[in-house]
Design a binder for this molecule. Sequence first.
Ligand code: ZN
Length: 141
Amino acid sequence: MQFNDLYQEILLDHYKHPRNRRDLSHIPDSHLHNNPTCGDSVKLEVDVKDGIIEKVYFDGHGCAIDMASASIMTDIVKGKSKEEAISFVENVLAVLRGESKEPLDNYGDLVVFSGLRDYPVRVKCATLPWHALLAELKSLK
Ligand code: ZN
C-alpha cells in the first residue's frame, strides 16, 4: 500500500512517538479489544471529569496503522463531552469505512488514512481503537 510521503511521515511519527500511551495493566483484560486479522490489540483508559473527556490513554500491540490511529484518537477526542465523543466516533468510523464520503481533512491527523478505504483489511486496523473507545464511552455512567 502506498501513502504519499507527508502522510507516511505523520503516521510514522505517531507510531514511533505515540501520544498518551502508557502501561494499562491495571485495566482488566476484559477491556482488551482485538483485531484477529492483524494481531492488533488495544486497551483504553478514559478519564471523564464533569462530563468532559479529560484524558484518554492507550496501551497495546499492533501494526503501525493501528497504533497511529490510537495515538491520533487520544489527542482529538480530548475536551469533548461523552455524547459529543460518541457521535464523533460514529462519524469517524463511517468515514474510515468509506460509508461516508466526508473527507478526512476535517479530522486532524486522521487525514493520513485518506485512501485507506480501498484496503478493507487495513481499515480494521485503523478502526480498532475507535471501536474500543465507543465501547468504553457507552459503558460509562
Ligand atoms: Zn493492524
